[in-house]
Design a protein around this ligand. Structure first.
Ligand SMILES: Nc1ncnc2c1ncn2[C@@H]1O[C@H](COP(=O)(O)OP(=O)(O)OP(=O)(O)O)[C@@H](O)[C@H]1O
Length: 152
C-alpha cells in the first residue's frame, strides 16, 4: 500500500489529538536521522516493506518517529518516494498516518512518519497477537469503517 498508511492501533485519545492538530512536515537531515535511529541500528528495526526497512527513532525533543529508508536507489523507488511524500503532505485525517517529513540526500530517500505503537492491524488480525487481541465483530466493523473513512 504505497500511499495510504492507515492507522489502526494507536491509542484513541492520541489519535484524536493528532487528528485535530495540524502537524506540519519538514525536511530532515541524514545526520539527524542517523542520530535518532542509532545509525539505523538493527535493534531499532520495526519491520520491512517493499520500499525498504522501517526503524523506530527518537528526536531531540523526545518525540518518537518511524523512519522508512529506501533500500536501493532506483527510478521506481524515487518515484514511489515522491508520490508518498506528496500525498501524505496534503492529507490529514485521524485514521491516516501523519507525515513528519522526509530526507533526500545523495541517493538516500527516507520518509519520516509519526510512530504508531501497538503493531499493525495485520498482526492483530492474523499474526502473533490475534489470539490475545479478541477483536469481536463490533470492533472489526468499527475498524473497517474507520479504514474506509481514511481511504475516502
Ligand atoms: N509509523 C509506523 N509506526 C510503527 N510501525 C511502523 C510504522 N510504519 C511502518 N511500521 C512497521 O514497519 C512495517 C513495514 O512498513 P511498510 O510501510 O514498509 O509496510 P508495507 O505497507 O507492507 O510496505 P510497502 O507499502 O512499502 O510495500 C509495518 O508492517 C509495521 O510493522
Amino acid at each position: 500500500m504505497p500511499f495510504c498508511k492507515i492507522i489502526c492501533c494507536g491509542s484513541g485519545s492520541n489519535r484524536k489529538e493528532h487528528g485535530k492538530k495540524q502537524v506540519t512536515w519538514r525536511i530532515f537531515s541524514l545526520k539527524e536521522l542517523h542520530s535518532a535511529t542509532n545509525n539505523f541500528n538493527y535493534d531499532n528495526k520495526l519491520g520491512e516493506g517493499g520500499f525498504g526497512s522501517v526503524y523506530w527513532g527518537q528526536l531531540w525533543d523526545g518525540s518518537q518517529i518511524a523512519v522508512k529508508r529506501l533500500k536501493v536507489w532506483s527510478n521506481k523507488g524515487d518515484m514511489e518516494f515522491a508520490v508518498e511524500v506528496e500525498i501524505l503532505a496534503l492529507v490529514r485525517h485521524k485514521n491516516l498516518l501523519s507525515l513528519r517529513g522526509y530526507c533526500a540526500e545523495g541517493q538516500e530517500r527516507i520518509i519520516v512518519y509519526e510512530y504508531m505503537p501497538n503493531l499493525s492491524l495485520h498482526s492483530h488480525l492474523h499474526g502473533q497477537h490475534s489470539a490475545e487481541c479478541l477483536l469481536d465483530w463490533n470492533r472489526r466493523m468499527n475498524i473497517a469503517i474507520g479504514s474506509a473513512e481514511g481511504i475516502a
